[in-house]
Design a binder for this molecule. Structure first.
Ligand SMILES: *Cc1c(COP(=O)(O)O)cnc(C)c1O
Length: 390
């Protein structure tokens, strides 16, 4: 074994490429193989080689990913799952018991809300909503003794609200609750919630971590040994693990996360500036704009402002739908965080299920997941699409 201590102090990009894996001792392969195996030969009963026994419990490709996920959040423990929601479900079962209460963002990711509202509720959990931007509302939603988790997303989807991780961590801890941060939108490159006081980080690695729209996956990252023990036990006991092929794809994606995020941010900043001056656009929602209400907090806790932009189109829903239908480089589609630019209409697509509730989004809202294509091509594409509605 070579000395790996230098990686503890290495930069993000170095850790992304080297932290999870050393060249294979027998072949020298610099990239971990896809260990497509369910079981492992034992040297005598109980004689495991490197601890591998059965691939639900551990698989070397998944171990490489899990070590990398942990290293990228400056944490001791990472866990890879079959999807973001599988990670969330495992977390809830690991840390909550029937009768417990959870505070959720009032604009939580729809799948997260559904998990609590339809699955965890049936299992005996209760939940209350609070806006991530309002510290007093979060404090008021906590039921001391009963609230086990405060769940935070920042930036949120699709309105890109910013929650102050450090301040909300303090509020949660005061009441004896743990803070969970869904770091999917920012990615580990732009935001480090554990360093700001969060107890658990959640990712849908389907998005920026994987980054190429070719895999569905999820992750939990923790530093605390007691939490790690519980999560590790439940990961194996429930079994929603990432398979070796999927783990390999996410690991491959993570190696270029820093580069991709820089380009996502470069392109998004240019597009936000462009949209801000366009006569067909009534409002641009991007945390990098000084007029965004969360700009100051975002500047403190994020390295840059990310690749997601929402904007409102003059003339209402019909015009917003027309813009979505008119782009050629931006592909009309759900999801986010891939190399390709996507456009969608939250009211009719990702957020259709919350119509008529407090979470309903404006009908004239358009959401962009800005990819890493040539910026001028993206600007020209939006210019063409918006010209149709002026
Ligand atoms: C997509 C997403 C999830 C769910 O992840 P899956 O991989 O689709 O299960 C959770 N949180 C956020 C913020 C997401 O965007």
């Amino acid at each position: 074994m070579s000395n790996r201590e230098h990686l503890d102090t290495a930069g993000f990009e170095t850790r992304a490429i080297h932290a999870g894996y050393e060249p294979d001792p027998t072949t020298g392969a610099v990239i971990p193989p896809i260990y497509a195996t369910s079981t492992y030969a034992q040297d005598g009963v109980g004689g495991l080689r490197n601890g591998y026994e059965y691939s639900r419990s551990a698989n070397p490709t998944r171990t490489a990913l899990e070590s990398t996920l942990a290293a990228l959040e400056g944490a001791a423990h990472g866990y890879a799952f079959a999807s973001g929601l599988a990670a969330e479900d495992t977390l809830v079962r690991a840390l909550c018991r029937p009768g417990d209460h959870v505070v959720l963002p009032n604009d939580a990711y729809g799948g997260t809300f559904r998990l609590f509202d339809k699955i965890a509720t049936a299992w005996g959990l209760t939940h209350s909503p609070a806006p991530v931007t309002d510290l007093d509302a979060v404090r008021a939603a906590i039921r001391p003794g009963e609230t086990k988790l405060v769940w935070l997303e920042t930036p949120t989807n699709p309105l890109l609200s910013i929650g102050d991780i450090e301040a909300i961590a303090a509020v949660a801890h005061e009441a004896g609750a743990r803070l969970v941060v869904d770091n999917t939108f920012a990615s580990s490159y732009l935001q480090q919630p554990l360093a700001l006081g969060a107890d658990v980080v959640v990712h849908s690695t389907t998005k920026y971590a994987g980054g190429h729209s070719d895999v569905v996956g999820g992750a939990l990252v923790v530093d605390d040994a007691e939490l790690a023990e519980k999560i590790g036990f439940h990961q194996n006991a429930i079994g929603g693990v990432a398979g070796p092929f999927d783990a390999w794809l996410v690991l491959r994606g993570l190696k270029t996360l820093a580069l991709r995020m820089e380009r996502h941010c470069d392109n998004a900043e240019k597009i936000a500036a462009y949209l801000s001056t366009h006569p067909a656009v009534s409002q641009v929602i991007y945390p990098g704009l000084p007029e965004h209400p969360g700009h100051e907090v975002a500047s403190r806790q994020m390295k840059r402002y990310g690749g997601m932009i929402s904007f409102r189109v003059n003339g209402g829903e019909e015009q917003a739908l027309a813009v979505c239908a008119a782009t050629q480089v931006f592909t009309l589609g759900e999801s986010l965080g891939g190399v390709e630019s996507l456009i969608e209409h939250p009211g009719r697509m990702t957020h259709a299920s919350v119509a008529g509730t407090d979470l309903e989004v404006p009908a004239d809202l358009v959401r962009l997941s800005v990819g890493i294509e040539t910026a001028d091509d993206l600007l020209a594409d939006l210019d063409r699409a918006l010209a149709a509605v002026v």
